[in-house]
Design a protein around this ligand. Structure first.
Ligand code: NAP
Length: 645
C-alpha cells in the first residue's frame, strides 16, 4: 500500500509510483530535470503538443504518458536515494532554464521573451520581485506617505511591496477585515475559478492548498494569513471608507477624506495614492419594472442574506453568470422549487475536479518533488491562459458570423457544444436553451463539474428563458404573461463594473473631477495612471481584466511592481509628483482599443460587463500576459510630466 504520510526520504517505491500516476507531466518532467540536471528527462517526443483548458493530458498519448512516468520514477528514486531535500528548489543556469522552458511550452514560441517572467513565476532565487531598494537609502529625510484604498487582494499586495521598500503606508479599508471580494461574497458555493497555484501571490505560494479551486473561506483565510505573516495589519485602518481624494496643486500632495463606521470624519494627507478598490464590488440590481414591489425577501448574490432560510421555499434566481452558476447547484438542494431566469447562456468548461479536495497523491507530489509546485503553477499559466490567446483572436478571413471568430475558436465552440450535448442530450428542449449562440471568449467561461446540467435537469428546477417583463408582489412575470410565483428572489445580476472607483470622489489637478473627466468611459495608461491625476495609481483599473481564465493576482502584482517603480523614481529624483503625458495615454488607449476589436469579446454583440455604455471594451486587456508584464517592468520618466516640489 502506498503511504502518503511518509515524505521523500522514507517513501517506498510503491508510494512514488502511485503519486506519479497523478502528476501533470508538463510540470513533472521539467521539475525533475531541473532537480537532477538531466536533460534526458525532457525529450522532444514527450513535449506537451497541444494546449488548451480542454486537455489536461497536454496531448500526450497513453504510451508517452507511461514513458514519462517511468522516466520520472527513476529520477525521483535517484533523488530519494541521494537524500535530496525536496523543499530546496533547484536553480538551473540560463541555458538549462531555456531548455526547460522550451519543453514546457511545447517548443511553440521564442522562449527568450519569457525567461525573466519564468524566473519570477518559479520564484528562482527566493522572491525575485522584492524591491531591490529601500527608502532610507534613496531619500532618508524626505517624508513620503502612500495611502492605499482597500485591503483586498490588490491592496495587500501593494502594502506588502511598499513596506518591503520601507515606505510609510496607510491602508484605508471600508470593511472590518481584509479580503475584499473574498470577505464580501459569502454566497453558498462561492469559490475561485482559477487553479490556486496561479490564483495566489508569487510571494506567498502554498504547496498545501486543500482544494484545486479554493472555496471562499479558504481564500479569506489565505489573505488573512498573508496580512498577518507580513505584518500588514498594523498599517490598516479598518471600518474606514474613503469618500473623496483631492490633489492640492500647491503642495502637490493628496488629501483623503474618510468616514469611519461611527460617522467620524478625518482628513489624511499622502504623497501618493494607490486605489485598490476592485472592479466587482458594487452590486448591480436589474432595471426590471416592479423590483421594489416584491413582498418576500430579495437580495443580491454579493449581499447574501443568510437569515433567509431557503429550505422548502419557492425561489427565483435572476442571472446565470459566474456567481449564479456557483450558488444555484447548492441552493437547489434546499429549495422546494427553483426557477432560474436565464437571459444569455454561458459557455461551460469541463473541470471534473472543480469542487474536489486535492487527493493525497498530488499533495504528496507538491511536498516531495522539488520545484513541482512552481512548474505546475507555470503550466497552469501556460495552458489556461497564454496558450489560449490565439483561440480568442479574430481571423479577419474567417466567416463564422456571431458563432466563431476563427478556425481555432470554432474548434473550441464545437468541443464545448459537444460537452453540453453530452450533459443535456437526453433533454433536447433544454439543450437548445443552454447552447450559446455566440463565439467562445465573448464572455467569461464558467467552470463545471457536471453540477450545472444535473441541477437544471432536476424535477424541482425550471429554466426560464422568456424575457422578464416585471417583478410583482408575488413573483416574476415573463413577457408571455406567465407569473412565476415565488417566496424569495435572488439576484445573480453582477456588478456595476464600468463605474470604476465609484462612489468615491476623485479630484485631480486644477479641480478636475475624475468621474466628469471619464464621463462613463474610464481609461488609463497601463490601467494604472491617467493625465491630470499625478501620483494617483490604480490597481485593477481600466483594461486590466482578463477573459481567458487567467489570474487577476498576476495583473495586480505587475501593477504593484510598476507603482513601486514609480515611487522609486520619485524618491531618486526628488520630484514631487509625476503626471502621465496625455499623448502617451491616448496612444496607449488607441492600441488597446484596436486590439480589443481583434478579440472575440470586442467584436461580439453579446451582453457582457466588459463593455461600458459607450460600447467600448473598457475592462479587458487584449494582449498576452507576457506583454502586460513587460510593459509594467520599468516606468519611463519620459512618459510623464515631472512636477518639482
Ligand atoms: P455577471 O457575469 O455579470 O452575470 C450577471 C447575470 O445576470 C448574467 O447572466 C446576466 O445576463 C444577468 N442579468 C443582468 N441583468 C439582467 C436583467 N436585467 N435581466 C435578466 N438577467 C440579467 O455577474 P457575476 O455572475 O456576479 O460575475 C461577475 C464576474 O465576477 C465574473 O465574470 C467573474 O469575473 C467574477 N466572478 C468570479 C467568480 C469566480 O472566480 N469563481 C465567481 C463569481 C464571479 P446576460 O448574460 O444576458 O447579461
Amino acid at each position: 500500500m502506498p503511504d502518503f504520510s511518509t515524505d521523500l526520504p522514507s517513501a517506498d517505491d510503491e508510494t512514488l509510483r502511485a503519486a506519479l500516476e497523478q502528476a501533470e507531466i508538463p510540470a513533472l518532467l521539467p521539475a525533475l530535470a531541473a532537480a537532477t540536471g538531466d536533460v534526458a528527462l525532457i525529450p522532444d517526443h514527450l513535449r506537451p503538443n497541444t494546449v488548451g483548458m480542454m486537455d489536461p493530458t497536454a496531448g500526450l498519448g497513453p504510451e508517452q504518458q507511461s514513458e514519462a512516468r517511468a522516466l520520472a520514477f527513476e529520477a525521483l528514486r535517484k533523488l530519494r536515494d541521494q537524500g535530496v531535500d525536496p523543499s530546496v528548489d533547484p536553480v538551473p543556469d540560463e541555458d538549462f532554464l531555456r531548455r526547460l522552458l522550451t519543453y514546457a511550452t511545447g517548443g511553440s514560441l521564442d522562449v527568450d521573451d519569457y525567461m525573466d517572467l519564468l524566473r519570477e513565476e518559479l520564484n528562482i532565487g527566493g522572491d525575485p520581485r522584492t524591491p531591490q531598494w529601500r527608502k532610507d537609502e534613496l531619500a532618508p529625510d524626505r517624508p513620503f506617505r502612500v495611502a492605499i484604498i482597500g485591503a483586498g487582494m490588490s491592496g495587500l499586495a501593494a502594502a506588502h511591496r511598499l513596506r518591503q521598500a520601507g515606505l510609510d503606508v496607510v491602508v484605508l479599508e471600508k470593511n472590518h477585515d481584509v479580503g475584499g471580494t473574498w470577505l464580501e461574497n459569502v454566497y453558498p458555493g462561492c469559490r475561485v475559478d482559477v487553479s490556486n497555484l496561479f490564483y495566489s501571490y508569487s510571494f506567498a505560494q502554498r504547496n498545501d492548498w486543500p482544494e484545486h479551486f479554493s472555496s471562499q473561506q479558504v481564500l479569506l483565510d489565505y489573505f488573512r494569513a498573508v496580512a498577518e505573516t507580513n505584518g500588514l495589519r498594523d498599517h490598516i485602518r479598518f471600518d474606514t471608507e474613503v469618500t473623496s481624494v483631492e490633489f492640492d496643486d500647491a503642495a502637490r500632495t493628496w488629501t483623503l477624506q474618510t468616514v469611519d463606521k461611527d460617522g467620524r470624519e478625518e482628513a489624511i494627507e499622502a504623497n501618493a495614492v494607490v486605489s485598490a478598490v476592485g472592479q466587482l464590488n458594487r452590486p448591480s440590481l436589474p432595471d426590471i419594472p416592479g423590483v421594489e414591489r416584491f413582498e418576500g425577501p430579495a437580495f443580491h448574490s454579493a449581499r447574501w442574506d443568510h437569515s433567509v432560510d431557503l429550505a422548502g421555499k419557492r425561489v427565483a434566481v435572476i442571472g446565470t453568470g459566474a456567481s449564479a452558476a456557483q450558488f444555484i447547484p447548492v441552493i437547489a438542494e434546499q429549495t422546494a422549487e427553483l426557477t432560474v431566469f436565464q437571459r444569455t447562456p454561458a459557455w461551460f468548461i469541463p473541470a471534473p475536479n472543480y469542487t474536489d479536495e486535492i487527493g493525497p497523491e498530488v499533495r504528496w507530489l507538491r511536498r516531495n518533488v522539488p520545484g513541482y509546485t512552481h512548474w505546475n503553477r507555470f503550466w497552469v499559466f501556460w495552458r489556461s491562459v497564454e496558450g489560449m490567446m490565439p483561440m480568442a483572436t479574430v481571423d479577419p478571413d474567417w466567416d463564422g458570423g456571431e458563432l466563431s471568430v476563427s478556425a481555432g475558436n470554432d474548434f473550441m465552440r464545437q468541443m464545448l457544444t459537444g460537452y453540453l450535448q453530452a450533459q443535456f442530450g437526453a433533454n433536447p428542449e433544454l439543450l437548445e436553451q443552454v447552447v450559446p449562440q455566440y463565439a467562445p471568449f465573448s464572455k467569461r467561461f464558467i467552470l463545471d463539474n457536471g453540477a450545472w446540467a444535473t441541477t437544471l435537469q432536476r424535477d424541482d428546477v425550471q429554466l426560464v428563458t422568456d424575457r422578464i417583463a416585471e417583478v410583482t408582489e408575488h413573483g416574476v412575470r415573463t413577457a408571455d404573461g406567465t407569473l412565476h410565483e415565488v417566496d424569495v428572489i435572488i439576484y445573480g445580476t453582477g456588478f456595476k463594473a464600468s463605474d470604476f472607483l465609484m462612489p468615491m470622489k476623485v479630484v485631480g489637478r486644477n479641480g478636475n473631477d475624475l468621474h466628469e473627466h471619464w464621463a462613463g468611459d474610464a481609461r488609463a495608461y497601463l490601467g494604472i495612471v491617467l493625465p491630470g491625476f499625478p501620483n494617483f495609481f490604480m490597481l485593477y483599473g481600466p483594461n486590466t481584466n482578463i477573459v481567458v481564465n487567467g489570474s487577476i493576482i498576476y495583473f495586480s502584482e505587475c501593477e504593484v511592481h510598476y507603482v513601486v517603480g514609480c515611487i522609486r523614481k520619485l524618491l531618486e529624483t526628488g520630484a514631487a509628483a509625476i503626471d502621465p503625458k496625455p499623448d502617451v495615454h491616448d496612444e496607449y488607449n488607441e492600441r488597446i482599443d484596436a486590439q480589443n476589436l481583434k478579440m472575440a469579446w470586442g467584436v461580439s454583440s453579446v451582453s457582457t460587463w466588459y463593455k461600458n455604455a459607450t460600447g467600448r471594451t473598457a475592462q479587458n486587456w487584449p494582449f498576452s500576459l507576457l506583454e502586460y508584464w513587460q510593459q509594467t517592468r520599468e516606468p519611463e520618466l519620459t512618459d510623464y510630466e515631472v512636477l518639482q516640489p
